[in-house]
Design a protein around this ligand. Structure first.
Ligand code: GRF
Length: 202
């Protein structure tokens, strides 16, 4: 399967996908990386010889124009799957119409708990003893799409946001790599709220 990965940050999730895809046995290849800003993820992609598409919101008169431009640019690479790996912008209606059902996101909390841009901080502030990682399909909401896989991560008494987030990221990297491979080989069967990867072992 051909992937386009969207990122905005340090790119540790992108690096995990790059490393996995370097193995010829892995059933997916990264065709391009899309970023909404200059970020370490873009640098990692460039270093790996992967085309980078840079679509900053500020270059466009409004979000709809940005969304259309991102959709056009991504479509140029003909992805089977779009993977949001720490992409910090909401995908709009044009993008969702074009790629809906084939957009996977990873979130550092056990959705539906703690959606949004500060899931790790919110879980810590709430005082939960267990949080985790969720891989889900993207829909029009904020981290509301059908869940594909989850894994729990314990919260330690002395955790702060960075230590907890790093522990979650260890799980997140493995879960995302595994789910992308599973979807690439077995697809997704979804009926409304539920999405299932056939013969799922994830
Ligand atoms: C990940 O934890 C992702 O779930 C969240 O932001 C983080 C991105 O990490 N949205 P990186 O940029 O891949 O290192």
């Amino acid at each position: 399967a051909g992937l386009v990965v969207l990122a905005s940050g340090t790119g540790s999730l992108l690096r995990a996908l790059i490393e996995a895809a370097a193995d010829t046995a892995y059933p997916a290849r990264i065709r391009a990386v899309g970023v909404d800003r200059d970020c370490a993820a873009a640098d990692h992609a460039a270093a790996a010889g992967i085309p980078v598409v840079r679509i900053p919101v500020g270059d466009y008169p409004d979000r709809a124009a940005w969304d259309r431009s991102l959709a056009e640019s991504v479509a140029g690479y003909g992805p089977d799957l779009v993977v949001c790996a720490g992409f910090m912008k909401l995908l709009g209606p044009t993008f969702l119409d074009r790629f809906g059902g084939r957009i996977i996101n990873t979130h550092p909390a056990l959705l539906p708990a703690f959606p949004g841009a500060h899931g790790v901080r919110d879980a810590l502030a709430y005082g939960v003893r267990v949080t985790g990682s969720t891989v889900h399909l993207v829909d029009a909401g904020v981290d509301t799409g059908p869940i594909l896989a989850q894994e729990a991560v314990p919260v330690r008494a002395d955790d702060d946001e960075p230590t907890l987030h790093e522990r979650i990221k260890i799980v997140e990297r493995r879960l995302l790599v595994d789910v992308v491979a599973a979807v690439a080989t077995r697809g997704i069967v979804s009926d409304g709220r539920k999405a299932v990867i056939p013969d799922e072992r994830v």
